[in-house]
Ligand binder design. Structure first.
Ligand code: NAG
Ligand code: NAG
Ligand code: NAG
Ligand code: NAG
Ligand code: NAG
Ligand code: NAG
Ligand code: NAG
Ligand code: NAG
Ligand code: NAG
Ligand code: NAG
Ligand code: NAG
Length: 397
């Protein structure tokens, strides 16, 4: 009787660990995409004013087009189509003028399921003299990223890096784009989980001379979307920080209202930035964001050539600021480096689940005392009994 119960306890423990890890790994063999990259499609040389990278991510039934552009402020546009044969057409003469709509098209237009774009518009700096980390006053004139001098895109498939410098000072702001053939997790912190309908951007500020010794920074990002605007940021809590130590939250800026299941597009991040390139735990610095607010779409279309070319003169735009560092954290001048990573995708954002390690620890933590209690009971029973017992646990002493 006691042996049965303990065996049941054991079975329960192993079943739980087994089924949980099965459940976690079952997602791995889902969709995959074939990636191909083309720089400035259809243009023979370097276009005036900035590069345009096209990454075609071909699925079984669909195509996701990633367009990454430095005609003005750095912009990533995702266009999801329901065919495997959709193409990107650029009217280069008009595209580089940045003053006409429709100079970049995804054809056939009827195949477009959804599109969204993220523009990194401004970098703001303030003198946090009282170490409150609240940017109220004391803002320096912002860096408008549309006025940066952008270098050519540095391609190393499946990534591309874009670096620019403000005209006035040293240092650079770089944006690295990575697209994915399969689901998985990036190897560098914050090790965001990604699916094949998303791409990752890492924004880093390197060596920019601070304008005060107590300088802190904010990054302004704006989202434009074809169908359903990104209006709200949801917070997802987790007790599991195995992949991003000390960070227990994921934020997702989503297209739908009230987090209903029909999310069409998203931007997702963890509230952490890093103050060194090869970051250790102590180089992490928390981030905060403001709530999304409607922006003047005309201003966004002027800032980004790609937005104007694809969406028009005045698309509906929402924007938010991400601020780096909390009160008490080291100021920017401690390392003169910051990097922040986010995911931009179509469909629903990937959901973090408990890692197998944490599940095992939880199962052991919950199951082991129970098992030991029963084993102890059996041991006592067996000791009391005379004669041989057929319990399976005899070898334990
Ligand atoms: C592709 O389309 C076919 C037919 O519509 C469908 O059976 C199949 O599940 C789809 N595959 C994917 C990966 O969506
Ligand atoms: C766009 O700019 C070019 C050169 O600045 C000009 O020739 C052209 O007329 C402009 N087009 C429109 C539609 O404003
Ligand atoms: C998918 O593509 C077909 C053919 O281009 C089009 O007729 C259809 O409306 C598209 N479906 C959706 C949901 O956009
Ligand atoms: C900093 O604190 C001092 C004294 O409390 C106050 O007078 C000053 O206005 C504060 N400065 C800012 C930028 O908040
Ligand atoms: C281009 O990227 C590669 C890999 O990220 C890097 O090693 C190389 O230094 C970069 N080149 C330039 C010119 O930035
Ligand atoms: C950068 O600065 C130089 C000299 O100050 C100026 O000639 C040039 O027009 C500026 N470039 C931009 C893009 O602002
Ligand atoms: C920019 O860098 C150059 C050489 O690295 C240095 O001489 C100059 O002082 C720097 N300028 C600023 C504003 O930091
Ligand atoms: C950063 O600024 C603070 C405040 O002025 C100063 O104490 C510190 O030495 C500076 N650190 C560096 C690396 O310049
Ligand atoms: C979203 O939720 C808010 C408050 O919870 C509610 O007022 C609003 O009507 C909801 N919107 C939709 C579209 O359900
Ligand atoms: C948006 O910006 C444009 C150009 O700066 C301006 O002409 C227009 O009045 C603004 N629209 C609104 C609603 O503020
Ligand atoms: C970002 O912060 C700056 C300075 O406080 C503000 O002017 C701007 O409107 C903010 N942008 C967004 C999108 O909230």
């Amino acid at each position: 009787m006691a042996a049965d119960r303990s065996r049941m306890g054991c079975c329960w423990l192993f079943l739980f660990v087994f089924s949980s890890s099965q459940c976690l790994s079952s997602g791995a063999d889902k969709s995959s995409r074939k990636l191909s990259m083309e720089l400035n499609p259809g243009y023979p040389s370097k276009p005036h004013g900035g590069d345009l990278l096209h990454i075609r991510a071909l699925g079984d039934n669909d195509t996701l087009h990633f367009l990454f552009c430095s005609q003005g402020a750095p912009t990533l546009l995702l266009v999801h189509t329901n065919t495997t044969t959709s193409t990107v057409k650029v009217d280069w003469d008009k595209f580089v003028e940045r003053n006409t709509t429709g100079s970049l098209k995804v054809e056939p237009e009827s195949s477009i399921l959804y599109s969204n774009a993220l523009v990194i518009t401004r970098l703001l700096e303030y003198n946090d003299i009282n170490d409150t980390a609240i940017p109220t006053s004391d803002l320096f004139p912002p860096y408008d990223l549309q006025n940066f001098l952008w270098a050519r895109l540095n391609l190393s498939a499946p990534s591309a890096q874009l670096c620019g410098t403000p005209n006035s000072t040293n240092g650079s702001l770089c944006v690295e784009l990575t697209a994915f053939e399969t689901e998985g997790r990036s190897s560098s912190w914050p090790r965001l989980l990604h699916n094949t309908d998303s791409s990752q951007l890492t924004v880093s500020i390197d060596g920019l001379s601070p304008r005060a010794s107590h300088s802190r920074f904010l990054l302004e990002v704006q989202a434009v979307s074809g169908a359903s605007s990104l209006r709200q940021v949801d917070e997802i809590q987790s007790i599991d920080d195995e992949f991003t130590p000390s960070i227990f939250k994921v934020y997702q800026w989503v297209s739908s209202v009230n987090g209903s299941s029909d999310v069409l597009g998203f931007v997702q991040w963890k509230p952490v930035a890093y103050r060194k390139t090869n970051a250790a735990l102590e180089d992490a610095t928390p981030c905060r964001h403001s709530s999304p607010e409607q922006q003047n779409g005309t201003v966004t279309a002027v800032a980004s050539g790609l937005i104007r070319a694809f969406y028009g003169e005045s698309p509906e735009t929402f924007g938010l600021n991400v601020s780096f560092g909390l009160s008490g954290d080291p100021f920017y001048n401690s390392t003169q480096f910051l990097s922040w990573t986010l995911l931009v995708g179509v469909g629903s954002p990937p959901v973090e689940s408990f890692s197998p390690l944490v599940i095992t620890i939880m199962a052991a933590g919950l199951g082991a005392p129970f098992v030991f209690l029963l084993l102890g009971g059996i041991f006592v029973c067996v000791r009391k009994k005379t004669g041989t017992s057929t319990t399976a646990y005899e070898p334990i002493n």
